[in-house]
Design a protein around this ligand. Structure first.
Ligand code: SF4
Length: 590
């Protein structure tokens, strides 16, 4: 017997509100209201959290009294940050608390006031169908899906359809990154149709019909004002790319891969001036405050390959983003920070914890990161691995990557694949961090799986249709095993028998030898042997013969609990399918 003690670090049972089924996670003990809320234990040498929060960067004339701030007389709050600082619990904070059952509305307010959480909710968008949500490490990890027409593909209708599709597959926010077609019309349609917050990279629309070198401050501010008025909930603003950072880029393998970053770098080189987004940051803040547009401070110098990760260009920009965070907070504007990109797995924790320090805990919104560069066509997987680590180590929102990354414009199925990969990453991190209740879903599905309850199994699955199709591809009847192992090798079924034996239900249980199931017809055996070789049509043709073995009239076996009592079901299975001996021999003498 092992006497090993698990390295349990969290509270005794921090992971479930409902069933009380979760053991504590190995993450740090939950510390709501502190810098280490749902955080991973630090590997030695990691940057420590900042000892500052948004409370240290109040607007001029404000003062703090306990957990409230006092604003100058006559001040009218607009943004969620301003309301939170003043102690107001807004309807949006209440709605967020309903959607995050482990948080109270007061805790949401506290996190927003500290700058560790944002509620991206443009006051204009709230007049449409927006469902308020939050982004911050005290809440569940969120995912973003990108879409948008390009000059060579897609239309407004297609993008709205993609928006609905992304919402269907769990996108918590959507970014409209259109660079072609009618940008204004597409953006307006997306805002009017979306229940989730919409983000944009406004510089894209600023250069439609003009060269980047012709971009003026007036055009920048006017475009921002127009998009803010339309109802965009967050803007990616690449204000952290400075002239001083550009020489660092020369040492890179792939230079600047951010569209916004490369455009602004060109503008700076042509004009010999500082980045206008940086130089006019205060004016930008004023426009954004007016409609409560949140900042997504862009990572214009993010690495585009593993070799460029964590280099001077990237980290210098991150440091500037910290400085801009302080400025935005002083203006009452909500802030999250964008992050890399392409990062080797071992550097991810460092990147997350450096952001937490330099940007004082402002939510980190990361793209991937991809942990290898050599699998184009599969970058939803390479990045999902990095995204899981990023979320565990501190990222609050994960920007999805689709299989089309680097090679084409995502179509509907790519959007679905990207969303699912990122829902996996986000949920895996939430379970690992011990966010209350997050593992209850897993436990429910495990119970259905253990009971070989296929209907429940598919109902609980994130993509039940696909799970059911895979199941039915090989074995289109409801029975006590699936085609992966087959009847005789189904450990779950055998475990059920063991439990029955151990619980006394099969008193005197003995097992002779494993016998071939009657259900494993020659055709069924052929299916199992040729899995992946036979066409779906052939599989269905062959698999349907299994129906005969179990007397299935419809899609379910005659032993299914919909048709017969448990005892009869057992008899049918014993007679027709279950050749494994689970009952004691009855001697001839008895
Ligand atoms: S056959 Fe194998 S994969 Fe299928 S339910 Fe049984 S143990 Fe699980």
């Amino acid at each position: 017997m092992s006497t090993r003690t698990l390295p349990l670090r969290g509270a005794a049972n921090p992971s479930s509100l409902r069933d009380g089924t979760n053991p504590g996670s190995f993450a740090n003990a939950p510390n709501l209201g502190g810098a280490l809320t749902f955080s991973s234990p630090d590997t030695p040498g990691m940057p420590q959290p900042s000892d500052k929060t948004a409370w240290d960067f109040l607007p001029p004339g404000w003062r703090r009294e306990g957990d409230r701030a006092i604003a100058p007389a006559g001040f009218v709050p607009v943004t969620q940050l301003e309301h939170a600082r003043l102690g107001n619990i807004t309807p949006e904070m209440k709605r967020v608390a309903e959607r995050e059952p482990h948080l109270s509305a007061e805790q949401v307010r506290t996190e927003v006031a500290a700058g560790r959480m944002i509620i991206p909710a443009n006051t204009q968008h709230l007049q449409h169908a927006l469902e308020p949500m939050c982004i911050g490490r005290a809440s569940k990890t969120k995912i973003n899906a990108n879409m948008g027409a390009s000059p060579v593909s897609s239309s407004t209708d297609e993008e709205v359809e993609k928006l609905k599709w992304a919402e269907r597959w769990g996108a918590d926010t959507v970014m409209d990154l259109s660079t072609g077609g009618n940008l204004d019309e597409c953006r307006q349609a997306i805002i009017q149709n979306s229940r989730v917050p919409i983000g944009t990279v406004p510089i894209y629309s600023m250069i439609i019909g003009r060269k980047i070198e012709d971009l003026s401050v007036e055009v920048i501010l006017e475009s921002l004002r127009q998009q803010a008025k339309q109802g965009v909930d967050y803007f990616t603003i690449h204000a952290g790319v400075l002239r001083e950072h550009l020489p660092f880029v020369q040492r890179r393998l792939i230079g600047i891969v951010s569209r916004g970053g490369s455009l602004l770098a060109k503008w700076m080189l042509v004009h010999g001036k500082q980045n206008p987004m940086y130089a006019h940051f205060d004016e930008i803040c004023d426009i954004m405050r007016e409609y409560d547009v949140s900042f997504s401070l862009g990572d214009g110098l993010r690495p585009g390959g593993l070799a460029d990760a964590s280099d001077e260009a990237q980290l210098s920009e991150l440091s500037t983003l910290g400085e801009l965070t302080e400025k935005a907070w002083r203006k009452g504007v909500q802030v999250m920070i964008e992050g890399p990109g392409h990062v080797p797995f071992d550097q991810i924790e460092y990147n997350m914890k450096l952001e937490r320090q330099l940007c004082h805990g402002a939510p980190f919104y990361v793209l991937g990161p991809l942990v290898t560069d050599v699998f184009p066509g599969y970058d939803h997987i390479t990045s999902c691995i990095g995204a899981t680590a990023a979320a565990y180590h501190g990222a609050s929102m994960l920007c999805y990557v689709t299989p089309k990354e680097h090679v084409g414009l995502p179509k509907k199925d790519d959007v679905k694949q990207g969303c699912i990969a990122y829902k996996i990453a986000a949920h895996a991190a939430d379970v690992a961090l011990g966010i209350p209740g997050s593992r209850d879903w897993d436990d429910s599905l495990t119970k259905a799986r253990a009971a070989l309850n296929w209907e429940k199994h598919f109902e609980l699955a994130f993509d039940g249709d696909t799970a059911r199709a895979f199941h039915d591809e090989d074995l289109d009847v409801d029975t006590d095993f699936c085609a992966m192992c087959g009847h005789d090798w189904c450990s779950v079924r055998i475990s059920k028998e063991i439990v029955e034996f151990a619980s006394g239900k099969a008193d005197g249980f003995t097992r002779d030898k494993i016998a071939q199931s009657a259900a494993l017809t020659p055709e069924q055996r052929e299916i199992l042997e040729k899995r992946g070789v036979l066409s779906p049509e052939e599989i269905h043709r062959l698999a349907s013969k299994t129906r005969k073995a179990v007397g299935a009239e419809g899609s379910k076996g005659s032993c299914h609990s919909d048709y017969v009592e448990p005892q009869t079901a057992q008899q049918i299975q014993e007679q027709r399918l279950v050749q494994l001996r689970t009952k004691p021999e009855v001697s001839a003498a008895e």
